[in-house]
Design a protein around this ligand. Structure first.
Ligand SMILES: Nc1ncnc2c1ncn2[C@@H]1O[C@H](COP(=O)(O)OP(=O)(O)OP(=O)(O)O)[C@@H](O)[C@H]1O
Ligand SMILES: [Mg+2]
Length: 366
């Protein structure tokens, strides 16, 4: 047993439990000797439940990982493997990086470290969305000052000119007014980015939010599209802002509706609770649990590959009349909620997933 319960072992245990990666110590007979907190979450079982049980209860005997562990126990040399698909009786299929190292002084013992790929990928994407949201904040402040004021001057001048003009010329001045109104509306939409007031939060029932979004969609832009719901009824409340959450999902459902062709267009709204996703919050030592997953799936043609790397930046659009602000706005609002947004897209199936924290009090008991 590597940890004997004295004070330096207590510290070691604290350190091991603070790690985001799952650590499993396996003895020379293939039995589980130790599991850190991340490992408990990953395999959805406690150390007390698993200690002394065979590793085969966690990993099928034909799993490539079982072979790696046996190899390390036999040779005493460490190995790493990247992008391994873990399919275990206890957890859903997932892609991981693993490292198996022999335990010094304990012949036949192996330490298995599992790095969840999805977490690494999500943190990367989360940071790039944050940067996108910040750069647009600066631009929206500038636009409000430098564009909106001159525009109202131009509009006023056009209205004055209109009075003394004949019908044909009035059409031109009306065009000036209409176009300046359009630019003003665009700048107004961008002003949300420069709003730095703290978010007014409270417990929000996400299913009520989705119901509202579905109603708006089916009475307007998604009249002819089938919207189905797959909800986890036990989902706890979100600590968030109701109106912003409606806006987030309205933008996602609108994009989904625009991407699907009726009469076969279909959108699936889904909510799930996942146990094992934890994030390191940049600039802080705390870890956030992000267990609430709300996804919007459509059966459209998919996101054009050349847009995918910049999807959450402002003005990225493939639509003739699109402003390309929808997803930039969504990324900012999700970020303000302490959450993450990600997507998977291929022709016929595009999913946007918004992953949000639970309200703090509940998360602390976790
Ligand atoms: N569900 C989806 N399926 C396919 N492409 C999508 C989907 N969602 C977004 N996109 C692509 O991402 C681009 C950016 O979306 P975004 O919502 O930011 O802007 P937009 O919809 O073009 O304009 P706006 O939302 O401002 O009216 C879209 O133009 C489209 O090409
Ligand atoms: Mg949009």
């Amino acid at each position: 047993m590597p940890l004997n319960g004295n004070s330096s072992d207590n510290n070691t245990e604290k350190i091991l439990n603070a790690l985001d990666s799952s650590i499993v110590v396996i003895d020379d007979g293939g039995y589980i000797d130790y599991l850190n907190s991340a490992g408990e979450q990953f395999f959805a079982s406690s150390l007390a439940q698993l200690k002394g049980h065979s590793i085969n209860e966690l990993l099928p005997p034909d799993s490539p990982l079982t072979t790696l562990i046996k190899q390390v126990q036999a040779t005493g040399c460490g190995v790493s493997d990247y992008g391994l698909m873990l399919d275990t009786p206890r957890i859903a299929k997932q892609l991981v990086n693993v490292q198996v190292t022999p335990l010094v002084d304990q012949l036949g013992y192996a330490i298995l470290t599992i790095f969840e790929r999805s977490i690494a990928d999500k943190i990367d994407r989360q940071l790039s969305h944050r940067n996108a949201a910040r750069s647009i904040t600066a631009m929206s402040v500038m636009l409000a000052h430098e564009v909106k004021n001159p525009l109202s001057g131009i509009r006023g001048a056009a209205q004055l000119l209109e009075q003394g003009m004949d019908q044909a010329d009035q059409e031109l001045t009306r065009l000036i007014c209409d176009e300046t109104d359009r630019i003003c509306a665009l700048v107004d939409r961008m002003e949300v980015f420069s709003d730095r007031r703290p978010l007014e939060r409270g417990p929000v029932n996400v299913h009520k939010v989705l119901e509202r979004v579905r109603q708006i969609a089916q009475n307007g832009f998604a009249k002819k599209i089938r919207i189905t719901e797959e909800y986890d009824p036990s989902l706890p409340s979100i600590d968030g802002n109701h109106d912003q959450l409606v806006q987030i999902f309205l933008n996602l459902v609108k994009n989904a509706a625009e991407a699907t062709a009726s009469p076969n267009g279909e959108i699936v709204l889904k909510t799930t609770y996942q146990h094992s996703v934890r994030f390191a919050v940049p600039g802080s030592t705390s870890r956030t649990h992000l267990p609430l997953v709300i996804s919007v799936q459509d059966n459209g043609d998919g996101i054009p590959p050349d847009l995918q790397d910049h999807l959450f930046e402002a003005f990225v659009t493939s639509k003739p009349k699109g402003s390309g602000l929808g997803l930039a706005l969504v990324a900012k609002m999700v970020d303000d909620h302490g959450g993450v947004i990600e997507f998977d897209s291929q022709p016929g199936k595009t999913i946007f997933r918004v992953i949000l924290p639970m309200s703090t009090e509940i998360a602390e008991q976790d």
